[in-house]
Design a protein around this ligand. Structure first.
Ligand SMILES: C[S@@+](CC[C@H](N)C(=O)[O-])C[C@H]1O[C@@H](n2cnc3c(N)ncnc32)[C@H](O)[C@@H]1O
Length: 262
């Protein structure tokens, strides 16, 4: 029998931010980053350092309980609006923003990004800079026509989303619809940065099983084109670390930098 696609209610009832962070973001030796985190922070560092993507506001869509992907963005945007579907993830984000002693410790990733940026000494200042740039933590729902309903956001210079759309989108058609809806959130000529995984069908958070949209690189690129974006850059990387096939089955990472036409 086919496994039903994970419902929104299952996310609400069963997604534990602490189990998620523990499973996917705890550095094994306190300094090395896992393959996924390294792929994201390196690619975003390169994009933002190159200077073509910057501006007043970046919308971060579906952050979960995480901030790693915002560490370079905070250098080139004045204002970050972050968001997630789940109240428990937004609460975890607030803990980090408010320096709650029980917040997740992102120090190894922050130090790594400081090194990439040639600023090894100042990792605490980097954390403070990011905290100061995050102006809002909103609820979002990818499956709504306006994902921030009832809030209406001004179109931003950039929309960034990591490892999110495979969760709510059951198939590539639904993914393409979300990309179309995102166009109202981005200024003409603005940027859409998506980093995620290929050919994934599930992931575990603790002992809870979540399904994901399974797509190839060709299907992902076609969805961007069908939704009316221009692809400025596409980067693919294999999953080399196969040490935990039991927790998720993706076979590679992708990063697509697309632009909404002017
Ligand atoms: C695999 S987690 C990724 C979290 C984080 N972005 C990261 O990079 O680790 C999937 C995320 O999708 C979010 N999600 C689930 N349903 C959603 C929906 N309908 N709209 C937007 N996000 C949703 C979950 O709350 C969760 O944070």
């Amino acid at each position: 029998m086919e496994t039903p696609f994970t419902s929104q209610q299952t996310y609400i009832d069963e997604f534990s931010p602490l189990d998620y962070l523990q499973t996917y973001y705890v550095s094994k030796d306190g300094s090395t980053l896992d393959e996924w985190t390294e792929f994201v922070v390196r690619n975003l560092h390169e994009t933002f350092a190159a200077g073509g993507v910057r501006g007043d506001t970046v919308i971060d869509f579906g952050a979960g309980p995480t901030i790693y992907h915002l560490l370079s963005a905070c250098e080139v945007f004045d204002k970050i609006i972050t968001s997630d579907f789940l109240a428990q993830n937004r609460a975890e984000l607030e803990k980090w923003l408010k320096k709650d002693p029980k917040a997740f410790d992102w120090t190894p990733v922050i130090k790594y990004v400081c090194e990439l940026e040639g600023n090894r000494e100042n990792y605490q200042q980097k954390a403070e800079k990011l905290r100061s740039k995050v102006k809002e933590v909103l609820k979002c729902d990818a499956l709504k026509r306006n994902p921030y309903h009832p809030v209406v956001l001004q179109p931003a210079d950039c929309l960034l989303t990591c490892l999110c759309l495979e969760a709510p989108c059951e198939d590539v058609k639904s993914f393409c619809n979300v990309l179309k809806n995102f166009k109202d959130l981005i200024k003409p000529g603005g940027h859409l940065l998506i980093l995620s995984v290929l050919k994934s069908s599930f992931y575990y958070v603790g002992d809870k099983y979540f399904t994901t949209m399974c797509a190839t690189r060709e299907e992902i690129e076609e969805a961007f084109k069908e939704a009316g974006y221009e692809i400025a850059k596409a980067v693919y990387g294999p999953r080399n670390d196969k040490s935990r096939p039991d927790i998720t089955d993706y076979d590679g990472h992708y990063y697509i930098h697309a632009r909404k036409p002017k």
